[in-house]
Write a protein that binds this ligand. Structure first.
Ligand code: CUA
Length: 485
């Protein structure tokens, strides 16, 4: 019987196997893949991709030249007889050539690489748009995102506007992660006590996958996150939503019972109401104190830094991006977080898990469902109904001053002519306002308060969020602002 694997069949088979292997390996480079670095989502990713391609083709050229020389030498000088070939020691011309040529190749790689590193390290360029500042903090096993200028805190899902540079300050608490959003920029480590910086721009709205790229411990493979890019308007809506109270739950409803259970068992570590006035600085203080408490007695601490749950119902994923945020998954998670993601701190620290021998939650299944319903019900209420504070008594100027602070105008507008926070300083605004348009100063201010997009001063963008104020309160505000000289 003739064997089917003849030499010519073998060659064909080898070709097919090679082609299949190459196709499957190259498929991973497909720009459509959610974590492909070749699916450039913005200019930083594109520049880094171009650099990679340049280095790749230089390496291909070096490979061809070196392999070609080896093959040529192997054939040309192969052994033909038993005579010892002519012995050569040194060739100045050749040695100079193979010293100079690689130096040129290395310079051709080094110059664009160093320029790229500098461009990334000097931070987001201000000439490419209004820079959004975000602080990303690594934890075991989740990511915290803080927006110091918007006073918003969230976890595992970072919201950004398209077309604006985003400056991400990378820090970490108790672990070294590597922050990596393949379609937006290369990876940079998040190291405790050593802040790093990364910036990028997303060009299209959408959800970009992020992934920890540093082996950081038991949950490394589960350290995912998302960057959600909105249109500018959508981003401002998200920020406003994060400062708006959730829809109120009916008394006795499962959500309301869940709220009580959450307050009893979860709230020591998970803040759920950072929409409140001044909640931002409070949350930072609380996270610091949770961290200090944990550090003080790591084995026995009942407290640990944990993800902020404000408007959790809007999250797409749970467990740092590993499962869809569905009711079913959330119930499973609350029951036994370690079953979904090994290494979570919940069972190691929270009393409600420690009370049971099997480390599952010490609550009935109905109670767990109520907590899940409460969390999924946490979505921003109607921004229009963001209550204007009741301020009575005093002169219009005095009421306006109280209002100015209580609705947070002072968070963005400084009362010092030389200081800019987010918006313009308001010192002397009454004099300036009267000269800007054909409107009177008072009408200019009224329109700016009612519709922040009406007039934008050069060098600023519209990121102002105001609750709907009754006309009398707008008058009080104008009376106060007019006194700022
Ligand atoms: Cu964090 Cu791997």
């Amino acid at each position: 019987m003739q064997h089917w694997l003849t030499p010519s069949n073998f060659n064909k088979l080898a070709l097919v196997v090679l082609a299949l292997a190459a196709t499957s390996i190259l498929a991973a480079c497909s720009p459509e893949h959610p974590q492909s670095t070749f699916g450039y989502g913005g200019p930083v990713a594109r520049d880094q991709g171009d650099l990679f391609i340049l280095i790749f083709w230089i390496a291909v050229a070096v490979f061809i030249v070196v392999e070609g020389a080896i093959i040529y030498a192997a054939i040309r000088y192969r052994r033909r007889d038993d005579k010892i070939p002519k012995q050569v020691h040194g060739n100045t011309k050749l040695e100079i050539t193979w010293t100079v040529l690689p130096s040129i190749v290395i310079a051709a790689i080094a110059v664009p690489t160093i320029i790229g590193i500098w461009e990334q390290q000097r931070g987001a360029p201000t000439d490419m748009g209004d820079v959004l500042e975000v602080e990303a903090i690594g934890h075991r096993w989740w990511f915290e995102f803080r927006y110091p200028n918007q006073e918003v805190v969230t976890a595992n899902e970072m919201h950004i506007p398209v077309g604006r540079p985003v400056n991400v300050q990378l820090a970490s608490q108790d672990v070294i992660h590597s922050f990596w959003v393949p379609k937006l920029a290369g990876k940079i480590d998040m190291v405790p006590l050593n802040d790093n910086l990364l910036w990028f721009i997303a060009e299209e709205p959408g959800v970009y996958d992020g992934q920890c790229a540093e082996f950081c411990g038991i949950a490394h493979a589960h350290m995912r996150f998302r960057v959600i890019a909105h249109t500018e308007e959508g981003f401002q809506q998200w920020v406003a939503g994060m400062r708006t109270p959730p829809v109120a739950f009916e008394s006795g409803s499962p959500e309301q019972q869940g709220q009580t259970l959450f307050a009893t068992h979860c709230k020591t570590c998970h803040t759920d109401d950072s929409w409140r006035q001044d909640a931002y600085s409070l949350e930072i203080q609380q996270q610091d104190s949770r961290w200090a408490t944990w550090l003080d007695d790591i084995e026995n601490s009942r407290i640990v830094s944990a993800p902020n749950m404000t408007h959790y119902g809007d999250r797409l994923f749970l467990g740092a991006g590993i499962k869809e945020n569905s009711r079913e998954n959330l119930i499973k998670w609350i029951n036994d977080p370690n079953d979904i993601k090994i290494g979570t701190s919940m069972q190691a620290h929270a009393a409600v898990y420690q009370e049971r021998d099997d480390n599952k939650i010490n609550l009935s299944s109905q109670e767990v469902e109520n907590i899940a319903d409460y969390l999924l019900g946490l979505v921003p209420g109607d921004i229009e109904q963001l209550a204007a504070p009741q301020i009575t008594g005093g002169t219009p100027e005095e009421r306006g001053e109280q209002l100015f602070v209580s609705i947070g105008c002072n968070a963005c507008h400084s009362l010092d002519a030389d200081t800019t926070i987010v918006g313009p300083s308001l010192i002397g605004i009454a004099d300036r306002a009267g000269t800007r348009t054909s409107l009177s100063a008072e009408d200019y201010m009224r329109q700016s308060i009612n519709d922040p997009a009406a007039f934008i001063v050069d060098g600023f963008t519209n990121s102002m969020v105001v609750p709907k104020l009754p006309a009398s309160q707008v008058d009080d505000l104008i009376a106060y602002i007019s006194t700022l000289k």
